[in-house]
Design a protein around this ligand. Structure first.
Ligand SMILES: Nc1ncnc2c1ncn2[C@@H]1O[C@H](COP(=O)(O)OP(=O)(O)OP(=O)(O)O)[C@@H](O)[C@H]1O
Ligand SMILES: [Mg+2]
Length: 287
């Protein structure tokens, strides 16, 4: 081992190590029933295909959507975590392709009303997810509720799902407006679901973007679109996501495309952060 290598290794080890950070993505919509859960579940499967470790948190306050989409029956939910009865490892379930599932139950609602001890318990449990996954996707449920907005505010990325339907677009705009008042730096990614053509997707996006630019003075990002596809309806009946039952379907291909650009986005940041220091550390390990 050369002296120079020793000095360099010394230098590199003095720098703070690159901390692995889990990216938190919230999937939301203004109006209910636009396809969030279907999109979330299949996005997780598509990201898993790209080698990313993904956990889905079912943040929907109503029905346990994610469980139903996967056809699983959870024994424990976030409710048990919040009550301090179970740990995050005990409620975490493993779905197809190793995708982790955190069933919501009615627990999410209680997140807003925790005392300090409970909050510390929940935070330390959620913190442990960092070791288990690269991406946490939260299916937030629809609307302008306090908890949904909190999730969105706290996330690294927000994906807003809408359909071309005028009411869905109006509600999407309403959600964006509420969000803008809270957090100005947030870039919202749009997915247009149930479209019949790329042209329809782009025209829908432009309608939303024009209103947002004009009245909210913000720009959006069109992340992708998903075709209206009977495979989705069949998969819902079978309680098996299209990523498993119809991986060749046009809807799943659209979601794979979104996953490809998302994983590209995801890989970009750590590479920049790592920089020359990380490069040197890796290099020196092999000397
Ligand atoms: N791309 C698609 N093509 C055809 N049908 C679709 C598509 N996406 C969703 N659907 C239909 O819409 C229904 C609602 O989808 P989903 O449950 O994912 O919506 P959601 O936004 O999660 O609803 P909620 O707000 O109630 O949680 C599905 O049961 C399915 O039948
Ligand atoms: Mg849902």
């Amino acid at each position: 081992m050369s002296d120079q290598a020793t000095v360099l290794r010394e230098l590199a080890s003095r720098q703070a190590p690159l901390k692995h950070k889990m990216r938190v993505i919230s999937v939301t919509s203004g109006k209910g029933g636009v396809g969030k859960t279907n999109f979330t579940v299949n996005l997780a499967l598509a990201l898993a295909d790209y080698g990313l470790r993904v956990i889905i948190m079912d943040g929907d306050l109503g029905l346990a959507n994610v469980d139903i989409a996967f056809g699983i029956t959870p024994r424990y939910t976030m409710e048990h975590l919040l009550a301090g009865e179970k740990s995050i490892e005990e409620i975490l379930m493993t779905g197809p392709k190793g995708v982790g599932i955190l069933p919501g139950g009615s627990g999410i609602q209680e997140l807003a009303n925790l005392d300090r001890t409970q909050l510390l318990h929940v935070l330390s449990n959620l913190g442990r997810l960092e070791k288990l996954a690269d991406i946490l996707i939260i299916d937030t449920g629809a609307g302008l509720g306090h908890i949904v907005l909190n999730f969105l505010r706290a996330s690294d990325d927000v994906i807003l799902v809408t359909t071309p339907e005028p009411t869905a677009l109006t509600d999407a705009y309403g959600l964006l407006k509420a969000l803008r008042l809270e957090r100005q730096d947030l870039q919202v990614n749009i997915v247009i679901n149930k479209v019949h053509s790329e042209g329809e997707a782009r025209a829908t996006y432009e309608r939303l973007e024009t209103a947002v630019q004009k009245f909210l003075k913000e720009s959006l990002n069109l992340l992708g679109w998903v075709y209206e596809d009977q495979s989705v309806v069949r998969a819902v009946m079978k309680q098996e996501p299209i990523g498993i039952s119809y991986p060749e379907s046009s809807a799943y291909r659209c979601i794979q495309w979104v996953a490809a650009s998302l994983s590209g986005l995801y890989l970009q940041a750590p590479r920049q952060v790592k920089g020359i220091r990380g490069f040197l550390s890796s290099l020196l390990k092999n000397l």
